[in-house]
Design a protein around this ligand. Structure first.
Ligand code: PLP
Length: 366
């Protein structure tokens, strides 16, 4: 049975925090030899969460080990969550909630069209997620109220991206996991760790986890969503809330209090907005695929890698140890989409199948 580094270091947390193992951890580290050579970064590494589970990988698995365990502890019958139309988080929640016998409801807000939006919507249909359309994120609360007013059974609510203090624990643990891999000599201590910052649970957890590990690594988030949900203020708040939450349950857990100026959030790589592909992001996806055979995408990880490469270049960091955290799923579920028809989706989602796609590369691969 897998043990969490977090519980090994703070055994009083055992039983106090809900946790159910659903993924394969630790995830592998690999050196990016070809990309390193191409970019002139001599020590360039990848932490690969893309196969964090054989069912569906990516960064959501770490968060869901805590969130779904809490839902089960509270005897919920249904998990309700929120994301964009092509949300990886909603899909992952649905897949793993189903494994625990819970139903999933997703409130999905509008986003730019792309092939992965189609794929994830069809997969939601395949996995029996009940989905509702919101024309924007602002409309989500009123739709949520409506869904809840008609609801029968016991719901459990997971906020957008699974980024509350409980979901964040998945990445506190990930920082401790990284510390152990450094200790074991799998990679030198990274000077910089780059990851996509959407709803911030990933980078906030990593910030805390790296600090607990005693790593001097600077966690750098690349903002890929709007400032309303992704800002240094929110990042610092999530770190502080998560550490206070753990401190409450185990007083030996340090009460970390940081301010927005303590975090590094790169804000120049979003482009036109959330999920609009950028030229730099598309180029980064292409480079990673061509040189390392690793598949990224245009909404999160492509922009994050573009930000990382530009930051390293502009700050003269090519001789430092750089770690890029791959948060994107690599389990190909697209064969399942052949069995479902988009016309069975609620009508407002049909437009994603009827309007032209945003293309990620000249072949239109996303
Ligand atoms: C592939 C991928 N990377 C990164 C993120 C961002 O993670 P977070 O919301 O924890 O900032 C997401 C969130 O949806 C994602 O799907």
């Amino acid at each position: 049975m897998r043990r969490l580094p977090l519980l090994e270091i703070y055994p009083k947390l055992e039983g106090a925090i809900p946790w159910k193992p659903i993924g394969n951890f630790p995830t592998p580290i690999r050196k990016l030899e070809s990309l390193g050579e191409h970019t002139g970064i001599s020590e360039f590494y990848l932490k690969d969460d893309s196969r964090s589970s054989a069912l569906y990988g990516g960064n959501k698995v770490r968060k869901l080990e805590f969130l779904l365990a809490d839902a089960l502890r509270k005897e919920a019958s249904t998990v309700i969550t929120v994301g964009a139309a092509g949300s990886n988080h909603v899909l992952a929640t649905s897949i793993f909630a189903g494994k625990f016998g819970m139903k999933a409801v997703g409130i999905l807000f509008d986003q730019p069209p792309a092939a992965y939006v189609r794929r994830n919507l069809l997969l939601n249909l395949y996995f029996n997620t009940e989905i509702f359309y919101a024309s924007s994120m602002r409309e989500v609360p009123s739709i949520l109220r409506e869904v809840l007013s008609k609801f029968q059974g016991k719901p459990y609510y997971i906020p957008v991206g699974g980024s509350n203090r409980l979901g964040c624990l998945g990445f506190v643990n990930a920082g401790l996991e990284l510390g152990r891999q450094v200790e074991a000599g799998e990679l030198p201590e990274p000077d910089y760790l780059f990851a996509a910052a959407g709803t911030l649970g990933t980078v906030a957890g990593l910030y805390l986890g790296c600090r607990l590990s005693g790593l001097k690594t600077r966690v750098v988030g690349v903002r890929v969503t709007g400032r309303d949900i992704c800002s240094p203020e929110r990042w610092a708040l999530l770190v502080n809330h998560t550490s206070a939450f753990l401190h409450q349950m185990d007083s030996s857990f340090p009460q970390v209090k940081i301010s927005p100026s303590d975090v590094t959030l790169l804000e120049d790589y979003l482009g036109r907005g959330y999920a609009w592909f950028t030229e730099q992001g598309v180029k980064a996806v292409y480079l990673m695929k061509k040189l390392e055979g690793v598949s990224l995408e245009g909404t999160y990880t492509g922009k994050a890698l573009a930000g990382a490469l530009d930051y390293v270049d502009k700050h003269g960091l090519k001789d430092r140890v750089i770690l890029f955290w791959n948060t994107y799923n690599s389990v190909d579920l697209s064969p399942l989409t052949g069995k479902v028809n988009y016309r069975k989706l609620p009508k407002p989602f049909h437009k994603y199948f009827e309007k032209p796609l945003q293309r990620l590369d000249p072949e239109g691969q996303t």
